[in-house]
Design a protein around this ligand. Structure first.
Ligand code: ATP
Ligand code: ATP
Ligand code: MG
Ligand code: MG
Ligand code: MG
Ligand code: MG
Ligand code: MG
Length: 259
């Protein structure tokens, strides 16, 4: 081993690459479960949508929002969650690796801690992991386009998965079901679901159709009295909604979120 006293710390530190995210841009941290196709089978998730597994994800997202004040909005579906940090956030001086790693590790450890609350009868068989990435969106419009992309993805996947698992439940093998659905359009999938008694796809639970949005329910300042004292009876709360975030209505009704 080298004599430790001979190593110049500045020289060793000079190898560290500081990856700062572009200033004054929305930061999105998207986390996604690693190999949850297997994890969900090993833990016998209800297919195509295990409600409790989604509730657990949502609960972890609420914990993230509560812990990290710069997170202003989050959207989740399946084994993923996107966390939006405010444009002017100085969290970790906007160093991507610090922000991603602290959010993804906090989310993961919360997932493990809360597992027994959502699955009291199910043993957590092994430690789950999530990966994470940071992306900057330079305008509110582009950020909303990003969220639209995720919600459209939720819809497409849910439609496919609902058909897939109805076919499997009817006796087809997974391979046959996959082959059957290959190249089918939305209308054909809707017709197929009718054959399985799902006449109105849109009557499925909103959480499955639209994913989950978690955010603070009110603007912080709206809870302040005119004299600046905060109202002890009116604590801020993170809420979860399953709503359309593609149409402007949601954003118009909650102007403070991206305001
Ligand atoms: P990767 O490591 O590349 O992300 P993955 O196996 O996690 O691989 P994803 O594309 O992220 O693949 O898909 C997640 C999978 O986890 C889904 O296809 C689904 O099978 C399963 N899954 C996640 N959440 C649920 C849930 N609430 N109910 C049922 N299955 C779920
Ligand atoms: P930051 O979030 O900036 O990393 P920190 O409080 O974690 O802040 P560090 O510089 O990482 O600060 O120092 C870790 C601290 O944790 C140590 O100063 C020490 O007080 C405590 N600590 C860590 N491991 C041990 C241990 N094995 N035994 C006792 N104390 C420990
Ligand atoms: Mg992944
Ligand atoms: Mg995954
Ligand atoms: Mg995924
Ligand atoms: Mg540190
Ligand atoms: Mg430390």
């Amino acid at each position: 081993m080298n004599d430790i006293g001979k190593v110049d710390p500045d020289y060793v530190r000079s190898f560290q690459f500081v990856n700062r995210l572009l200033p004054s841009t929305w930061i999105v941290i998207r986390i996604d479960g690693c190999n949850f196709h297997s994890f969900s089978e090993d833990h016998e998730f209800v297919k195509p949508n295990d409600e409790q597994a989604l509730n657990l994800m949502n609960s972890c997202a609420v914990a993230v929002i509560t812990e990290f004040q710069d997170v202003v909005f989050s959207y989740g579906v399946s084994d993923e969650y996107s966390f939006v940090l405010k444009k002017d956030s100085q969290f970790y001086q906007r160093r991507a690796s610090d922000i991603v790693s602290v959010i993804v590790s906090f989310f993961t450890s919360t997932y493990v801690m809360k597992w027994k609350d959502f699955f009291p009868q199910k043993e957590l068989k092994y430690t789950p992991s999530f990966d994470g990435r940071a992306v900057c969106y330079p305008s509110t419009q582009i950020l909303q386009d990003y969220l639209t992309w995720r919600q459209v993805d939720c819809h497409i996947n849910n439609q496919y998965n609902t058909c897939f698992w109805e076919l499997v439940k009817s006796g087809k093998s997974k391979r046959e079901a996959q082959k059957f659905l290959k190249g089918t359009q939305t209308l054909e999938k809707m017709e197929l679901l009718k054959k399985f008694g799902i006449n109105d796809y849109n009557s499925l639970p909103a959480m499955f159709l639209l994913g989950s949005s978690a955010f603070w329910d009110k603007e912080e300042t709206s809870l302040l009295h005119e004299n600046g004292a905060s109202d002890g009876n009116c604590e801020r709360k993170v809420i979860i909604e399953h709503c359309n975030i593609i149409e402007p209505d949601f954003w118009n009704a909650h102007p403070y979120i991206l305001g």
